[in-house]
Design a protein around this ligand. Sequence first.
Ligand SMILES: [Zn+2]
Length: 262
Amino acid sequence: MHVHFDQKPGFLDDLLRLADRINLTACLLTPFANRQVVADAAKQHPRQIVPFGFIDLDAPDAVRQVEELRSLGFRGLGELEFVKKPYNDPSYFPVYELANRYGWPVLFHTGIVLRKNFDVPEDVASGRMRPIHLEEIARRFPKITVIGAHCGNPEYEWAAEIARWNPNVFFDLSGSTLTKMRGRLAEFQRIFWWSALDFSVKTPDNDPSAFVKLVFGSDSDLAGVESVSNQYRALFDACDVPARTRKMIMGGTLTKLLGLPE
Ligand SMILES: [Zn+2]
């Protein structure tokens, strides 16, 4: 999860090379403008590239864009971000209704967000992208798999609790969190606390570990993917994440969800 398409020449070749070297399948987050080249690449290389479409939720023709992405063979949406209203604003529901009908995964940015412009005003706020807003989307649209990027940084507790009660909610731990917490990764055991306790909420592969609510996401350039996967492994070690759960996080869950060959 969470490889952003890069327009620089040679990006797709580099991605394919990396995919073959480290056994990577990339959910490739693609700006609408680049949809055709990624759709073609995904058709040619379905094991390496799963096309996800980025659309601007505030665009007046957002619904039409989603329909077009679907007709090109796209498999999900994301990373949705920089919204003008909170994610659960009813004006966004037509897009969610469509994703729900398609049974798509949708990746939402959650938590603190970068600032692009320091000198001119911009209409961007992390508070519109809080993980708590994803709960309503997951409940109203149960066929969407809601994936929150960055685990709500720094609202990890809200993120985890919403994932606990909603079988269709997952989070990735890309971004600065695993760097920020590198000396205290065991704290995640306090946040993902419910392993082996029965809440009768369905989990992938009936895995009893609370950590099965995480999926691997890098949000790095291609050169950084391996180092993010090492950060995930450090988390697994610090929190005694079982081997079967690690496999689910490192691709098992999304493989099943997207119906990819194992
Ligand atoms: Zn993000």
